[in-house]
Design a protein around this ligand. Structure first.
Ligand code: SF4
Ligand code: SF4
Length: 473
């Protein structure tokens, strides 16, 4: 860089400043590198060369940058230019700041504003999953109700400055209503185009009804598929059974193969219960290694939303043990430059690493459910209505007015003081309400989150390190 008077003044004022560590920064000193990560930022993990540890330790909220530079050069032979580069890198990753007021700051990534709509197109299902929160009836959403909901939702989304609306057709089993879905998708696309709002569609299906014909219809209409699966063979057959009690796994496998071939398979939803936790590593191995499927893995922790007598919650230690095993398999398979965390290949119970937020999910704000009878709900798992699509002129406003789950995680004392507040975000609010009668408290899965989050960060660090090794050595 050419040294100009401006550069000179800038550098001089820069080195007079005192750097501080951000409040929740996570460090791990490994043999070959040091890992740094600010959970309050979207920037992610960085690895530093071990010899820079010296420099890290000299950042103590007292030393000015110029002191650190001369100490580094004198004792540790880190050249000024290199030390300056490192300090700038740490600032860029939000690990340190030169402004004391920024230490608690959240660095949110600017993203498209998307409204997620859970569209409960039918309450009928051909399965009888043992943990399912939906009380099955023969009720379907009437076409008129569905059409009205879509129209009102898109207009409301536009009014509230959403840039897109992503519809998830669910139920019950949505593929029982495939023709209705196709008509509605065409309608929604048409309105979306007219009012300039992006529309996307997905079916959350148990996979058993996927045939060549249905899969092609989905493909032709740009509808992706997310398949709920709990395990392989007998494991799936234990909790996910047909109405007559028979196992479903072979039908689901057939469905997976079909949608995968047509490239419309977007992901799997797996609910972790006491029944299947031991088999989770095998399931992941099967999907990623045997089947070589490249799709998102959404691993949800079981929540007894309907207060069923048989509680299927797995014990914390078991969960940690098997989740660890599962993660090692996933990381073994994704040992490339592409990190699976930010690309959302896998999400544990809505824990998100490089997307800090102060709410665990968008329920009641950017996530809305429309039930088969036209009632509005702020979350698909609640039984409480927040009005109906018929009576509301502005559906989003109506939902927000009735948001009984509204709280930001920084208002929960124990979470506010937790390093992982912006990553875990306090856990599912409905689960807390059902279990404890309040939402201003940490999640019942708090201990699992606290163990699994640093474990994942370290795996991510190891992935980065392996990648660097492969590339440069
Ligand atoms: S639920 Fe537990 S892990 Fe999550 S933010 Fe609150 S205290 Fe932290
Ligand atoms: S409140 Fe809980 S169950 Fe409802 S959408 Fe959020 S995370 Fe899911």
């Amino acid at each position: 860089m050419k040294i100009t008077k401006k550069n000179y003044i800038y550098k001089n004022s820069f080195i007079e400043k005192i750097p501080f560590y951000a409040k929740n920064v996570y460090f791990r000193y490994k043999k070959a590198y040091t890992l740094c990560y600010n959970p309050n930022s979207y920037k992610g993990v960085i690895l530093l060369d071990k010899k820079n540890n010296f420099l890290l330790k000299k950042i103590n909220g007292k030393n000015k940058i110029k002191d650190i530079l001369s100490l580094a050069e004198a004792i540790n032979t880190i050249k000024e230019k290199e030390a300056l580069r490192l300090i700038r890198l740490l600032i860029n990753y939000h690990i340190i700041s030169l402004d004391k007021n920024e230490l608690n700051k959240f660095f949110f990534k600017k993203e498209k504003r998307i409204l997620s709509v859970w569209f409960h197109i039918t309450n009928q299902c051909n399965f009888r999953c043992k943990y399912c929160f939906v009380e099955k009836t023969n009720e379907n959403m009437k076409y008129k109700t569905a059409e009205l909901s879509i129209k009102k939702l898109l207009l409301s989304a536009k009014k509230h400055n959403f840039e897109g609306a992503h519809f998830k057709f669910a139920g019950g089993e949505p593929l029982l209503e495939i023709n209705k879905i196709i008509d509605l998708v065409r309608k929604a696309k048409h309105i979306g185009k007219k009012i300039k709002i992006e529309t996307k569609f997905m079916c959350i299906t148990n996979g058993s009804l996927l045939t060549e014909k249905i899969a092609s219809l989905l493909k032709q209409n740009d509808i992706s598929v997310n398949i709920s699966i709990d395990g392989l063979g007998k494991i799936q057959d234990k909790t996910r059974v047909f109405r007559n009690g028979l196992g479903t796994s072979s039908y689901v496998l057939r469905g997976i193969n079909l949608v995968r071939r047509l490239n419309i398979l977007r992901g799997f939803s797996i609910t972790v219960t006491v029944e299947n936790i031991r088999h989770l590593p095998d399931l992941i191995k099967f999907l990623l290694i045997t089947k070589k499927i490249d799709a998102a893995l959404v691993i949800n922790f079981y929540k007894n939303h309907t207060k069923q007598e048989i509680d299927l919650t797995a014990d914390d230690n078991n969960m940690f043990f098997y989740l660890k095993k599962t993660l090692k398999i996933i990381y073994g398979e994704t040992n490339t430059i592409k990190s699976f965390i930010p690309s959302k290949r896998t999400i544990f119970d809505s824990v998100e690493f490089f997307r800090p937020s102060l709410t665990h999910c968008g329920a009641g704000y950017s996530y809305i459910s429309i039930m088969q009878d036209g009632s509005i709900r702020i979350c698909p798992s609640t039984t409480k209505n927040a009005g109906t699509v018929y009576s509301s002129t502005d559906i989003i406003e109506q939902m927000r007015k009735k948001n009984f789950l509204f709280i930001t995680t920084d208002k929960i004392d124990k979470c506010y003081n937790c390093q992982w507040m912006a990553v875990c975000r306090g856990g599912c609010r409905l689960q807390k309400l059902n279990l404890y009668g309040r939402i201003d408290t940490p999640s019942p899965y708090c201990n699992v989150y606290k163990k699994i989050i640093p474990f994942i960060i370290e795996l991510e660090g190891q992935r980065l390190f392996n990648f660097i090794l492969k590339r440069y050595i």
